[in-house]
Design a binder for this molecule. Structure first.
Ligand code: SF4
Ligand code: SF4
Length: 145
């Protein structure tokens, strides 16, 4: 199982991870179009800051994932191949139960077109997730457990 682990001691709070996450999950995968011309996808990583400390927060892909247990419609599931916790927007009914039970606050509302949620999917089309690949200070690392 692969996880993205934040290293707060290296995070400089630049939020490039947020930007690259949005571009990677956009229709065009083009930064200008993603931010100015298209519906902007929900952020799947969010930088938390307190004073001089910052770190990027995203799904931990929990072994015993409360979001899967709590999901009423089966939209939140574990991908058998990768072990990642994935979300199917087609099945999501927008009840926000997963948001309530996630202990990390890693799920966000995506209410632009209809009420669904968005969360980290480990960028299945990429060898290295966009946030990890584009962090200038290696404050996000991939670990295999
Ligand atoms: S969304 Fe939250 S509860 Fe679900 S696997 Fe990720 S961190 Fe765990
Ligand atoms: S792995 Fe991909 S989806 Fe997850 S936070 Fe990073 S860029 Fe976003």
């Amino acid at each position: 199982m692969i996880r993205i682990v934040p290293r707060e001691e290296y995070c400089i709070g630049c939020r490039l991870c947020e930007i690259h996450c949005i571009v990677q999950h956009s229709k065009s995968k083009n930064i200008i179009k993603a931010f100015k011309r298209e519906r902007r996808p929900v952020k799947r990583v969010e930088v938390e800051e307190h004073g001089h400390v910052s770190f990027a927060l995203q799904c931990r892909h929990c072994e015993e994932a409360p979001c899967i247990t709590a999901c009423l419609s089966g939209a939140m599931q574990r991908d058998r191949a990768s072990g990642a916790v994935v979300h199917d927007p087609e099945r999501c009914v927008g009840c926000w139960t997963c948001i309530l039970v996630c202990p990390y606050g890693a799920i966000r509302r995506d209410g632009e077109e209809r009420r669904v949620v968005g969360k980290c999917d480990l960028c299945p089309d990429l060898e290295v997730p966009a946030c990890v690949a584009n962090c200038p200070n290696e404050a996000l690392v991939l670990v295999e457990e």
